[in-house]
Design a binder for this molecule. Structure first.
Ligand code: AQP
Length: 346
C-alpha cells in the first residue's frame, strides 16, 4: 500500500450539504484520475463542517454520503486511505498548537472567512470559522503531504498552510514538509449556473444554482438548460464578466472531455447556446450515471463503508500520531511517563 517513492497527497471535502459538480471537477475527479501517481490520503472533514451550524442527524448522514461518494467517484480504498477527520484526534490537537502560532492578522485576511462571516449576524460568527484555515493546515501538515489537490478557492488557505509550516520549522526546527497546491487547469472554479459571477457552492440556496452529484439526469439537464448566459451568440472561452455564463459552461465541458480550447470552440462553430447547453448536459449526465450506480451499490453492501473507514482511520492514525508526537516534543510538552488505564470501567 505505502510506496515511499511516491509523493503524498491529502485533501478533503466538508459534509456540509450536497456535493456539487464544482466539488467534483475542482477536486474529486483529480483525486481519482491521479491516484496511481501518489500515496493518497482523503478525509471527510466533519470538524470543518461545524464551523457553521449543522443539524447533528444530517451531519452524520452527509458524512456517510460523502465517504461513499469518494468511492463511487472512483477512489479505490486499496490505493487511497479514506477516513473521517474527527476519527483522528491528532487533527484537533495539532490545530490548537498551530492556532497559538497564527497571528490574528493572517486569519482576518482570509477571503473565505470574510465572505462567510458577512453572511451571518456579526455576533454569531464563531472563532471556529476564523480558525478554519488553521485546522486545514493541521490536516495537511500532520500527514507531511507534498501536494494538496484542491479547487482554486483554497489557494489562499494553502498559502497560509505553507506560512505556518515555515514559521513552525523556523521556531522549532525542520519538522513539516512544505506542501504545494495542486490546482486543475480546467474546472478549478466552477461558477453558479444561476449566477456565473459567484462560485458554485453546496451551501448556496437556489433550485437552479448547482448540479448535485446525486441529481437524477432530468434534474441535472433542466438546471443546465436554464443556466444563465447572455444575449450574444458567440461560443468562446472568455474572461469578460458578461460572458461568464458561457465561459462556465465551456469550462464544465472541458473539465469532463479534456479537449483543448481550440477543439471545443471549433466544435461549437455556427451553433447556438441551446446546443452548447445540450452538449454540456450530455457530458455531465454521462459522468454522473455510473457514479450514482456505484453509490447505490456501495450503500447496499452492508458494513462495507464502515470497514473502509475503520481501515482508513487505522492507517491515518499511525502517520498522524507519529507527526504529532514529534511536534509535541519540539514544542516542549512533557511526554507521559506511563500508560493511562486501558479499562475505563475500572
Ligand atoms: N465551485 C467550485 N469549483 C471548483 N472547485 C470547488 N470546490 C468547491 N467548490 C468548487 C472544491 O471542492 C473541495 C471541497 O470543498 P469544501 O467542501 O471543503 O469547501 P468549499 O471549498 O467551501 O466548498 P463549497 O462547495 O463551497 O462548500 P460550502 O458551501 O459548504 O462552503 C475543495 O477542494 C474546493 O476547492
Amino acid at each position: 500500500m505505502t510506496e515511499p517513492s511516491k509523493k503524498r497527497v491529502l485533501s478533503g471535502i466538508q459534509p456540509s450539504g450536497n456535493l456539487t459538480i464544482g466539488n467534483y471537477l475542482g477536486a474529486l475527479l483529480h483525486w481519482v484520475e491521479d491516484q496511481d501517481l501518489y500515496e493518497n490520503y482523503f478525509c471527510v472533514v466533519d470538524l470543518h463542517a461545524i464551523t457553521l451550524p449543522q443539524d447533528p442527524q444530517e451531519l452524520r448522514q452527509k458524512t456517510r454520503e460523502v465517504s461513499a461518494l469518494y468511492m463511487a467517484a472512483g477512489l479505490d480504498p486499496q490505493k487511497a486511505t479514506i477516513f473521517i477527520q474527527s476519527h483522528i484526534p491528532a487533527h484537533a490537537e495539532l490545530a490548537w498548537i498551530l492556532t497559538c502560532l497564527s497571528p490574528l492578522g493572517w486569519l482576518n485576511r482570509m477571503t473565505q472567512f470574510k465572505d462567510k462571516a458577512a453572511k451571518q449576524q456579526a455576533d454569531s460568527v464563531s472563532a471556529g470559522l476564523l480558525n478554519y484555515p488553521v485546522l486545514m493546515a493541521a490536516d495537511i501538515l500532520l500527514y507531511q503531504a507534498h501536494g494538496v489537490p484542491v479547487g482554486d478557492d483554497q489557494r489562499q488557505h494553502l498559502e497560509l498552510t505553507r506560512d505556518l509550516a515555515q514559521r513552525f520549522n523556523h521556531i522549532y526546527g525542520e519538522t513539516f514538509v512544505i506542501p504545494e497546491a495542486l490546482i486543475p487547469r480546467a474546472g478549478a472554479r466552477v461558477m453558479g449556473l444561476d449566477d456565473p459571477l459567484s462560485k458554485m457552492s453546496k451551501s448556496t440556496a437556489g433550485d437552479y444554482h448547482a448540479v448535485y452529484l446525486l441529481d437524477p439526469p432530468n434534474a441535472a439537464r433542466k438546471k443546465i438548460m436554464r443556466a444563465t448566459t447572455d444575449s450574444g451568440r458567440e461560443i468562446r472561452f472568455s474572461t469578460l464578466p458578461e460572458k461568464a455564463g458561457v465561459n462556465n459552461l465551456l469550462t464544465i465541458y472541458q473539465a469532463l472531455t479534456h479537449d483543448s480550447n481550440e477543439a471545443i470552440e471549433a466544435s461549437f462553430e455556427g451553433k447556438g447556446y441551446g446546443d452548447l447547453k445540450k452538449a454540456v448536459a450530455e457530458v455531465v449526465i454521462a459522468a454522473l450515471e455510473p457514479l450514482q450506480r456505484r453509490y447505490h451499490q456501495l450503500l447496499d453492501e452492508e458494513g462495507y463503508l464502515e470497514q473502509v473507514l475503520a481501515d482508513g482511520a487505522e492507517r491515518a492514525a499511525t502517520l498522524a500520531e507519529k507527526t504529532l508526537k514529534e511536534v509535541k516534543d519540539r514544542v516542549g510538552f512533557l511526554a507521559p511517563a506511563h500508560r493511562w488505564p486501558v479499562n475505563r470501567d475500572c
